[in-house]
Design a protein around this ligand. Structure first.
Ligand code: SF4
Length: 343
């Protein structure tokens, strides 16, 4: 099992719930705009948020952001160790650095000392696109793994061992292979993600395969879906991936709906969408089936808390596999919502 690390109020690793992360894309120097995005992300289920800190104006605004954010804020730092120190002093719950690009060991040591003094953990990030040339002869997954472990040992040398490791690649297979290697060679929590995954649909599919296959193997402690899109979609996608592998860890309503076919008697899509919207904030685990016909619908909805299986003019509502009500199709939506209210 991985080591447990505390990121502000959220613990990751050590068997804790898989934490969902995303990243703001507003200018961090604009604290108000960044906070508005963080509120939207937190509302959708984001546990930890990261913001780039590219300059001192951003590091200054980062203080306000950390003070007002409802979720822990991670500072993403490249090149300038002074920015890392400023972000830690200004309230970062974690800093994400690439120890290889901070300008040498004395600067890394200064960051390490600051991390220890403020008891702030660090994420060591290795990206397949910016690997050290000395690993060029190795296959990509091994190269990223060796590079990440080297960065960990550099930090350990200066007494830092509250470390989260991420190795990211835009190639799903490299990312999966590398995390499998890493999980055997260190017990630091692993942050999973396919980087530069692309626009919404491509990014979602690549992330679901990469992150999902590792989670099913018991590898990974926190996830980020990277999309060239609104970060709110990253959080929605991450939550869906966790639900699909039964690792969401919070109560929710699962809507089971058939794909529809020539037998379909009711508006399955409209009903399923309405039920999803109606149950979006429920605080208990529910399974609700919306099936288009009686042929396969009854059996497929038998294990659900409530289900409908469409009929020509009237539709049956099922509970635990038994018919509890039959209603005309034009009253179906209302009847289903009434039954959901009783659950
Ligand atoms: S449940 Fe009925 S309508 Fe839906 S896909 Fe199956 S056979 Fe078709």
């Amino acid at each position: 099992m991985s080591k447990k690390i505390q990121i502000g109020k959220i613990a990751i690793g050590g068997g804790e719930r898989i934490a969902v992360q995303s990243m703001t894309n507003t200018p961090t120097s604009n604290a108000q705009a960044t906070l508005e995005q963080i509120y939207a992300l937190a509302e959708r289920g984001c546990d930890i948020v990261r913001s780039s800190v590219p300059d001192m104006a951003s590091a200054k605004a980062f203080k306000t952001i950390c003070e007002k954010s409802p979720i822990p804020v991670v500072a993403d730092i490249h090149f300038d160790y002074k920015l890392a120190i400023a972000a830690i002093e200004n309230g970062a719950a974690k800093v994400r650095i690439n120890p290889g690009n901070l300008g040498g060991e004395s600067k890394l040591r200064a960051v390490a000392d600051c991390l220890k003094a403020h008891r702030v953990p660090v994420r060591v990030g290795v990206n397949g696109g910016s690997l050290d040339k000395k690993y060029a002869s190795l296959p990509a997954a091994e190269a990223m793994c060796e590079s990440a472990l080297e960065y960990c040992s550099l930090l350990e040398k200066y007494g830092v061992d509250d470390i989260v490791v991420s190795v990211k690649s835009s190639c799903v297979k490299d990312m999966v292979d590398c995390n499998r290697l890493l999980s055997k060679r260190c017990d630091y929590p692993l942050h999973l993600g396919v980087t530069e995954a692309g626009l919404y649909m491509q990014g979602l599919v690549k992330s679901a395969i990469g992150i999902g296959s590792l989670l099913l193997d018991g590898i990974g402690d926190t996830i980020r879906v990277s999309l060239t899109d609104d970060p709110v979609k990253e959080v929605d996608s991450a939550c869906e991936i966790l639900k699909a592998v039964n690792m969401y860890g919070k109560p929710y309503a699962e809507i089971i709906s058939c794909p529809t076919c020539a037998r379909t008697e009711i508006d399955v899509k409209g009903l399923a969408e309405k039920v999803r919207e109606y149950t979006s904030g429920v605080n208990k685990n529910l399974q609700i089936a919306v099936m288009g016909c009686i042929v396969n619908g009854i059996g497929e909805s038998a294990h659900c808390d409530i289900g409908v299986a469409g009929g020509k003019e009237k539709t049956a509502l099922f509970k635990d596999g038994k018919i509890i009500r039959t209603v005309p199709n034009d009253k179906l939506m209302q009847a289903l919502l009434e039954e959901i209210d009783k659950l």
